[in-house]
Design a protein around this ligand. Sequence first.
Ligand SMILES: Nc1ncnc2c1ncn2[C@@H]1O[C@H](COP(=O)(O)OP(=O)(O)OP(=O)(O)O)[C@@H](O)[C@H]1O
Ligand SMILES: N[C@@H](CCO)C(=O)O
Length: 312
Amino acid sequence: MNYIKAFAPATVANVACGFDIFGFAIQEPGDVVEVRRIDKPGIVIKEITGDDGRLPRAAEKNAVTVVMLHLLKHLGITDLGCEVTLHKNMPLGSGMGSSAASAVAGVVAINELLGNPLTRGELLRFAMEGERIASGSAHADNVGPSLLGGFVVIRSYTPLDIFSIPVPDDLYCTLVHPDIEINTKDARYILRNEVSLKNTIAQMGNVAGLVAGLMKADYDLISRSMVDVIIEPVRSILIPEFNEVKKAAINNGALGCSISGSGPSIFALSRGMENARKAGEAMKQTFADAGIDSTLHLSGINQGGATVLERE
Ligand SMILES: Nc1ncnc2c1ncn2[C@@H]1O[C@H](COP(=O)(O)OP(=O)(O)OP(=O)(O)O)[C@@H](O)[C@H]1O
Ligand SMILES: N[C@@H](CCO)C(=O)O
């Protein structure tokens, strides 16, 4: 194989109560990566589109290529030469798993170019290295679902223990990205290290409730469990109009609404596409009323994760 083109979708991490342990992928948007063999050994970034020249061009600094370097090192491959093109189809610092989509598309593309020496599950820890470069933290709740699809639970980081759970067919995601930027690194820095016993108990109840609600297709239980008493109260101060946008979603048919990843995007889950659309329009209008432009995405839960689009 000499050429691979791969796609990896945007993701919603945390899903209200599951900081660093829950995430799911949506259908669109997503990053596209092209990898082509060249004679000279080494990984080079040939071109990046859609980033306004803001992303690092050095292979060891960009999430899309860092993952490739880690994978080649693990496999002991020193003579491979590749030119990489990244099509950046989502904003940076968006809370949509932007760095994760690049990392996942990159690792899937290089693995395919090499004839798939590793399984999807085995690629996860390499994709996490892309997150380490982007935000200083190798969390898996964006790369996990972008790579594997479905609603992903990370039961443990040491050792890594990750699995998917079924979700109701009629569950839809609304994702609204206001035109502002928040770096994951900053949004993690402001979090407190200690959590009260009272909040831990409340959060554990909601985590258990959300898993059970999704697996049993119990929409009332999903709705009651989409509550984050630990992270959202701290981070929401970084997002203008957060409380109003959340209220607009809930008042217009959403089951629940919270910050997507580390923000500023805000997501809602709804029963049926029509409710998702109604909630999304109300959320977007609330931002517009405050003079903030935003972009609306509507999607079912992406069950397949990253895909290979072309091979030569
Ligand atoms: N290929 C890449 N795509 C996006 N960001 C990258 C990439 N490579 C390195 N970065 C760096 O990662 C930082 C953005 O990552 P960050 O995690 O803050 O955003 P995000 O992925 O949109 O957020 P979130 O993880 O909350 O969804 C920027 O500083 C950017 O320069
Ligand atoms: N779980 C991570 C996701 C970042 O998208 C965080 O909230 O910092």
